[in-house]
Write a protein that binds this ligand. Sequence first.
Ligand SMILES: NC(=O)c1ccc[n+]([C@@H]2O[C@H](COP(=O)([O-])OP(=O)(O)OC[C@H]3O[C@@H](n4cnc5c(N)ncnc54)[C@H](OP(=O)(O)O)[C@@H]3O)[C@@H](O)[C@H]2O)c1
Length: 293
Amino acid sequence: MTRILVTGKDGQVGHELLRALAPVGEVIAFSRADLDLADLDRLREHVRAAKPDWIVNAAAYTAVDKAESEEALATRINGEAPGVLAEEAKRLGAGLIHFSTDYVFSGDKQKPYVESDPVGPINAYGRSKLDGERRIQAVGGRAFIFRTSWVYSARGRNFVLSILKLAKEKPQLQVVADQFGAPTSSRDLADASAALIAAKKAQTSGGLFHLAAAGRTSWYGFAQQIVRLGTERGLCRDVSIAPIPASQYQSTALRPANSVMDCRRAARELGLRLPSWLDSLRKCIAQIEPHGS
Ligand SMILES: NC(=O)c1ccc[n+]([C@@H]2O[C@H](COP(=O)([O-])OP(=O)(O)OC[C@H]3O[C@@H](n4cnc5c(N)ncnc54)[C@H](OP(=O)(O)O)[C@@H]3O)[C@@H](O)[C@H]2O)c1
């Protein structure tokens, strides 16, 4: 039976991976409390003891604003630790699935980003994730790097749940309308990862792939749909939303203006194609129980 080691099991993607991978193999999953990726020696020991056929790294330092003041720690977790996982996977002959981000790009491009586009992160989180990509690529082996974007889920900390909460508490919301991307469901990412592990062609080689929901929107467009669907389901009130420029939104880290990615390579080479962001948002909202509203 395929042995699959999962890190970050309590995160948005990690939690969905436990569900999606259960029919695919034996899952050995770690939370941050079980296995801190900042401890690189322990990380090696755990991988060697588990002897997995696959490693799926869903753990990451994802606090984008906080990373500005903790770049060394973010780089250890998002850069060095994935490098160690790649080394250990190669040593065992195992496959590795690692998630990276649209934030490796500057956001200046007017069209969707392809994998070969020049990178140029504009914040510490993006730099730390890019470091992880580079370390994995330097090791080689059967490593799949999936760059994804704007991840949300029916649980955890994310934009969908924040907007639903704010739309219960406030009469009007202000949301950034000049940053564009593809909101991606953690459920879809987990299903795609499971499909890759289950597929025979995954046994051959790895690579860098863009893997995000189909379509594009702004944070404002995303919020409008969250409130519309949330109101229908009794999760929030139908509050009005005012579009604002990013320059009016107070945040520590800069965010790219455009992080839409062209995902055709993953479709062509791996047969992985995520649904449209609105279809998946609808499914996510349907999973949230309207208690307390
Ligand atoms: N969220 C997004 O919008 C987004 C966008 C693009 C790419 N990605 C990438 O997608 C992947 C999954 O992200 P996600 O949205 O599922 O993130 P998430 O919900 O923040 O989950 C990350 C998990 O990693 C754990 N973690 C943090 N530091 C750790 C450490 N030192 N050792 C072990 N575990 C640690 C966290 O534990 P705690 O709960 O204890 O903190 C959390 O369970 C990440 O690689 C992320 O960079 C995310």
